[in-house]
Design a protein around this ligand. Structure first.
Ligand SMILES: Nc1ncnc2c1ncn2[C@@H]1O[C@H](COP(=O)(O)OP(=O)(O)O)[C@@H](O)[C@H]1O
Ligand SMILES: N[C@@H](CCOP(=O)(O)O)C(=O)O
Length: 309
């Protein structure tokens, strides 16, 4: 096999209470990437469609992560990467992560799968680090493993794949303002009150239990963030009303997707998830902020191969 085309999905990091540890994978929005072997050694970005992103190998997250794998594997060929970007950078649904994980996933396939999913996550984190200033894996892990994931630790890397309850749907609204992950991280406090920490870790524990037991009521009660959301929500116009309306029409809960500005909600049917989308759209359509909305089943497969030659 000399060439592969993949779909690298968008992901929702944090899932309200799990800053930097929880994430899940979407299905209806993602980037396409084509990666091919070359006789010339090294990694090259050959095409970028849909976004204004750097071609330099040390600046594009796709090539930075690919180089981490390449330097380890030392294959006797090189690779070039075409990126067809559908996930806007700075959207909060893992745009940089989709590129960083897509390139390493594809090269691993072309090399005959020498690395496991944890090792691929580790290489992809090198790319993510140049976008956000930190090697967080809460977007990369759900992209590579699929479904819901919990990053138990980054050093050493340990990723737990969590069960996905049947019929769980996500709604995403992306108000078209850009929030850079690095900037949304910089505004967070370095210390948090003990009472908030207690509330937060109880929510993470109960959310994980809810996923294991298909307990939608507990899932709903656990989708709360008392640590990060109070700070970041101020960067997102109309966040409080969008969240309140989503819950009013039946969402189990709603919160900031990743570092924002996208807002996510979880619902226990497609019909409710679509009603949530409409309620969210109604808020932004009364403003001059344009937006995109996505309704998606949770993608339990993660990145997928579209075509290989
Ligand atoms: N292939 C890529 N895809 C997306 N962003 C990239 C890529 N390569 C470099 N970047 C940079 O990463 C930053 C976007 O990442 P980030 O702020 O984390 O947004 P997101 O939340 O959408 O991932 C931008 O500065 C962008 O120029
Ligand atoms: N845990 C990170 C997740 C950033 O996600 P992104 O989709 O905005 O890149 C954070 O909250 O900073």
């Amino acid at each position: 096999m000399n060439q592969i085309k993949i779909f690298s999905p968008a992901t929702v990091a944090n899932v309200s209470c799990g800053f930097d540890v929880l994430g899940f994978c979407l299905d209806t929005i993602g980037d396409d990437m084509v990666i091919r072997k070359t006789t010339e050694k090294g990694i090259r970005i050959s095409k970028i469609v849909g976004a204004d992103l750097p071609f330099e190998a040390d600046k594009n997250v796709a090539s930075v992560s690919a180089l981490a794998l390449y330097n380890d594997a030392q294959p006797d060929c090189g690779f070039e990467i075409d990126i067809y970007k559908n996930i806007k950078p700075g959207s909060g649904i893992g745009s940089s992560s989709a590129s960083a994980s897509g390139s390493v996933f594809a090269i691993n396939e072309l090399l005959g799968r020498p690395y496991n999913k944890t090792q691929l996550t580790q290489f992809a984190m090198k790319g993510e680090a140049i976008a956000s200033g930190c090697e967080h894996a809460d977007n990369i892990a759900p992209g590579i493993f699929g479904g819901f994931t919990l990053v138990k630790s980054t050093t050493p890397l340990q990723v737990l794949q969590l069960p996905t309850p049947d019929n769980l749907y996500a709604t995403i609204i992306h108000p078209q303002i850009e929030i850079k992950t690095s900037e949304a991280r910089a505004i967070l406090p370095k210390n948090i009150p003990l009472q908030n920490a207690i509330t937060q870790w109880s929510n993470v524990g109960s959310l994980v239990h809810a996923l294991h037991t298909n307990d939608y009521k507990l899932l709903s009660d656990s989708l709360n963030d008392v640590v990060v959301e109070p700070y970041r929500s101020q960067l997102i116009p109309h966040f409080d009303v969008v969240k309140a309306e989503a819950i009013k029409v039946g969402a189990l809960g709603a919160g900031i997707s990743g570092s924002g500005p996208s807002i996510f909600a979880l619902s226990k049917s497609k019909i409710t998830a679509e009603a949530v989308a409409e309620a969210m759209q109604n808020i932004y359509s009364k403003t001059d902020i344009s937006f995109n909305t996505y309704v998606s089943k949770i993608n339990t497969e993660g990145i997928r191969v579209m075509k290989n030659e």
